[in-house]
Design a protein around this ligand. Structure first.
Ligand code: COA
Length: 415
């Protein structure tokens, strides 16, 4: 079966996590992704957090599937010539260097356009134009600057970062959408364009409900679905809301049977208004269906803590999976807190290709995530990440270099 992005060639100048997640996604959709790496060194993540000596780390392998790798010294004049050839023959160039690095290399947007007016230059940067435009940025910096950290955690604790890599992988996703949109527009205009996804912007986009709450707080002085209400007063800024739901249906994390020993024996429980009578029946509080203190969502808001305490009395008598089975019968929205071990062993996630096992020449078998976006006409086959420079000769030959030229560039350590 053909792939959605077949025929699209990507010059992948990305490293670490944010850029590589973007190009990996494009590769999963069928694009030919050529990852350009520094000769001898490669992407720094190849050697970071290693679990097997001398083998590419899981960090690297899990971010660079379905790509080809070439090594190239782009600071060497002959390396720059090779880069020009690559730019001429690619549809998209993706990079996430520190601000200014590409310009210093001699490849400003103007120069790139001169070489290939149809090319799309897609960049991840930490910040957009403004006071921090020149800063280097990693995941947690973006989470802090994008509003995630100040709104995550508990009210009586410090700001907290989340385990989900919303700054890196989240921005990579945004950039991938920007790229396919620019490719779509190029179909009509014939022109390439510059695509920018700033990590701060991407995190804020994912935190928009907190910007919503900031304005509600300024207008009304309180946020009635937050755990602070009604006992604790509100300040000027949106406080951390613990495990409260970010939407209009109150929710919380509740203990389940075994919570004393198992750190993940919990369930997320949502008191959706539509199933309130069913919730009352399950926890044996049928009087709450009509009691004016509990009968409507608005009436329940001042009593949420008490309501969740009562529901927790019930969830503590069931394992998270038993509770799921019972609650699902009544269409009560809920979800088990799954450990990474449980997720890694989940057969249904493997069956859908969301978790896949890959064979690697130096690592052996390892688990990784597959494409979370499923296209019915463009299925994803996850293949292993490339070894450093594995495809240098193949790609150079494809670009029109003959054996002698390739040998010469190799002897001069350009490739
Ligand atoms: N050949 C020769 N030189 C190369 C090269 C190649 N193939 N590829 C990269 N380089 C050079 C760059 O030109 C740059 O040189 P310069 O600083 O002399 O101009 C240098 O390698 C390093 O690039 P840089 O991006 O500064 O790497 P870093 O390790 O110091 O910083 C980040 C890493 C992630 C902090 C930084 O790249 C960054 O802020 N990126 C944007 C935001 C981002 O994506 N962050 C998330 C990362 S998960």
């Amino acid at each position: 079966m053909s792939k959605a992005l077949e025929g699209v060639r990507i010059l992948d100048f990305t490293h670490v996590q944010s850029g590589p997640t973007c190009t990996q996604l494009l590769a999963w959709f069928g694009a030919d992704v050529i990852k350009v790496e520094k000769a001898g060194e490669g992407d720094a993540t190849r050697g970071q957090l290693r679990d097997i000596p001398d083998a590419d780390s899981l960090y690297f392998t899990m971010l660079n599937h379905n790509k080809r790798s070439i090594t190239l010294d782009t600071k060497n004049p002959k390396g720059k010539e090779v880069l020009v050839t690559l730019i001429k023959q690619c549809d998209v160039m993706v990079e996430n260097f520190a601000p200014g690095a590409l310009d210093r290399m001699g490849f400003s947007w103007e120069r790139i356009q001169e070489i290939n007016p149809r090319i799309i230059l897609a960049s991840v940067k930490g910040f957009g134009p403004g006071p921090y435009v020149d800063c280097k940025v990693y995941e947690n910096v973006a989470q802090c600057a994008g509003g995630a950290a100040s709104t995550t955690g508990f009210d009586d604790g410090p700001p907290m970062v989340t385990g989900a890599q919303i700054g890196d992988s989240g921005t990579g996703l945004h950039l991938a959408l920007g790229i396919v949109t620019a490719l779509f527009q190029r179909e009509k205009t014939g022109r390439g364009q510059k695509v920018l996804a700033a990590m701060q912007d991407a995190v804020l986009n994912l935190c928009r409900v907190k910007l919503r709450d900031q304005q509600r707080l300024e207008r009304t002085g309180e946020l009635k679905e937050y755990p602070q209400y009604p006992e604790i007063g509100f300040g000027e800024a949106v406080p951390r809301a613990g495990n409260s739901s970010g939407g209009g249906q109150p929710g919380s994390i509740l203990k389940c049977k075994g919570w004393q020993k198992d750190p993940n024996a919990y369930i997320y429980f949502i008191t959706q208004a539509a199933v309130w009578p069913a919730i009352c029946k399950v926890i044996d509080e049928e009087g709450w269906i009509t009691d004016p203190h509990f009968a409507t969502p608005t009436a329940r808001l001042p009593h949420l803590k008490m309501i969740f305490d009562r529901i927790e009395e019930w969830t503590k008598t069931k394992t998270k999976f038993e509770a799921m089975d019972i609650l699902n019968k009544f269409d009560i929205p809920c979800g088990p807190i799954l450990s990474m071990k449980e997720i890694a062993e989940d057969e249904s996630l493997r069956a859908t290709g969301t978790v896949v096992e890959v064979e690697h020449p130096t690592r052996g078998k390892y688990l990784t995530v597959g494409n979370p976006i499923k296209l019915s006409d463009s299925p994803t086959d996850v293949t292993r990440s490339p070894l450093l420079g594995e495809h240098t000769v193949e790609v150079m030959a494809q670009m029109g270099y003959n054996d002698e030229q390739i040998a010469q560039l190799r002897a001069e350590r350009v490739i």
